[in-house]
Design a protein around this ligand. Structure first.
Ligand code: GDP
Ligand code: IMO
Ligand code: MG
Length: 422
């Protein structure tokens, strides 16, 4: 399979977890390189549902090496609880899971600051997952963060944490929030640090040993292209590089070691949280929600829904260098009579065939639609390209042409067997 970067090509929740699980069959190593437990990656194996937040979805297949890379921000308490959950389901972790010693640590003050800043923003809030992601990456950039390597060094940890708690309590007090107890945070984090110590290593050298062995590595993106801190709809974004470049900096594997980029996208569009979503449509949202679909895997919030936006996905192909497309949730459109696809934007007299950078402009943009006849047939039982209704095949071909990348996978259900290699 070679070294493959998998990214979300929309606003997150494209079905990356499912596709990672499918592609892991051919991979040796799976790596998370950015984000934190703001991610929620769903995998169904038979009737068993797994939701992964920090641990690569590859962990569900036996004998695969899974790595939490240096670019991830790790909430150690969250990670321990995720590990415990997997162990209860008989998933083996020792010898399979490795955590970077240089990944930054998320603390309770990050989560509290995340929440307080949202309150302060009022109607301009981002709609974050309140997992402390922004403040943790903020500390990393400001060079005042603590890393996993500090967490597992008892003496150094106590010393550094004391300073951090003191400083952040002043900030929390200014917000009118409750200060944190050093003793409590210290004891919880020390416990988590002890639990994690055997898994912590230099993941950069580990990955390069794997490359020298000829292993195939799959880089599991979190979030999506338009939540990227540089390329997304700033400030309505997350705080990491969710685009393909993030896989290099977040793992220590150089661009010339990468072979291919797979973009995962839904056959329609969803977004959770605030910020512009040009093709948002209440009818399609009501339809999907009534089917019990499109509720967030991390926060349970109802996702905003809209038509497929090819202006956005074409931009995603450009910034990520997407070679192949995995289009998911095709079955979500099974009952739609006329399917719309956005092929351009209009802001008054001005037309755009690309995404404007100014979110105010993007918020004003009205989509220009092309229409496709719906197939009005259930697709979830299809197992080959030929099983799909001709109108569904035409739709998929059209959106992959508009997105400017090759159709590789068509997904017609959450299960492993509901995956068609095109
Ligand atoms: P991720 O964050 O990109 O991994 O995506 P999420 O897991 O947050 O959300 C995707 C949702 O779609 C999950 O509930 C998946 O089980 C589900 N899913 C993925 N592919 C398909 C598909 O082709 N059809 C259907 N019906 N569900 C899918
Ligand atoms: P996966 O990996 C969808 C969104 C939040 C919010 C914005 C900033 O499952 O696709 P943050 O907590 O990161 O500071 O929130 O980003 N967001 C996601 N939306 N899927 C995700 O991850 C997301 N991770 C963050 O809803 O709008
Ligand atoms: Mg998700």
């Amino acid at each position: 399979m070679a070294n493959t970067i998998l990214v979300g090509a929309q606003w997150g929740d494209e079905g990356k977890g499912k596709i990672i699980d499918v592609l892991t069959e051919q991979a040796d190593v799976v790596v998370r390189t950015q984000g934190g437990n703001n991610a929620g990656h769903t995998v169904f194996i038979g009737k068993q549902k797994y939701v992964l937040h920090l641990i690569p979805s590859g962990i569900l297949r036996k004998k695969k090496i899974c790595v939490i890379g240096n670019g991830v921000v790790v909430d150690p308490v969250g990670l321990v609880s995720e590990m415990e959950g997997l162990r209860k389901l008989n998933i083996k972790l020792s010898g399979n899971l490795f955590v970077s010693e240089t990944a930054h640590v998320v603390f309770p003050y990050h989560r509290e600051l995340d929440a307080q800043r949202e309150v302060l923003k009022g109607k301009n809030k981002i709609g974050t997952t309140k997992r402390g992601i922004g403040p943790a990456y903020g500390d990393k950039a400001a060079r005042v963060g603590l890393r996993v390597i500090d967490l597992i060094n008892e003496e150094r940890f106590a010393e550094k944490l004391a300073i951090k708690i003191k400083e952040n309590n002043e900030v929390l007090k200014a917000f009118g929030a409750k200060p944190l107890s050093f003793k409590e945070v210290h004891s919880t984090y020390r416990k988590a640090g002890d639990y994690l110590r055997p898994f912590v290593t230099n993941t950069v050298t580990l990955l390069h040993q794997a490359i020298r062995r000829g292993d195939d590595i799959l880089f599991e993106g979190a979030q999506g292209t338009f939540l990227d801190i540089d390329h997304g709809t700033y400030p309505y974004v997350t705080s990491s590089n969710t685009t393909s470049g993030g896989a290099c900096t977040g793992s220590g594997v150089a661009p010339n070691r990468m072979d291919r980029v797979v973009g995962v996208l839904k056959a329609y569009t969803t977004r959770v949280g605030e910020g512009p979503l040009p093709t948002e449509n209440a009818e399609i949202a009501d339809m999907l929600h009534a089917m019990g679909r499109e509720f967030g895997a991390t926060t349970g919030r109802a996702r905003r829904c809209g038509w497929f936006d090819s202006v956005a996905t074409r931009h995603a192909t450009m910034v990520n260098g997407i070679d192949d497309l995995a289009i998911t949730n095709i079955d979500g459109l099974d009952t739609v009579e006329t399917i719309k696809v956005c092929i351009g934007y209009r802001d008054g007299k001005k037309k755009y065939d690309y995404m404007p950078n100014d979110v105010e402009v993007l918020s004003r943009c009205v989509p220009v639609y092309a229409e496709f006849p719906g197939w009005l047939t259930p697709t979830d039982k299809a197992r080959s390209w030929k099983d799909l209704p001709p109108k569904a095949r035409s739709y998929l071909k059209a959106i992959s042409e508009l997105t400017d990348a090759k159709l590789f996978i068509a997904s017609i259900g959450p299960g492993r067997d509901q995956t068609i290699f095109v």
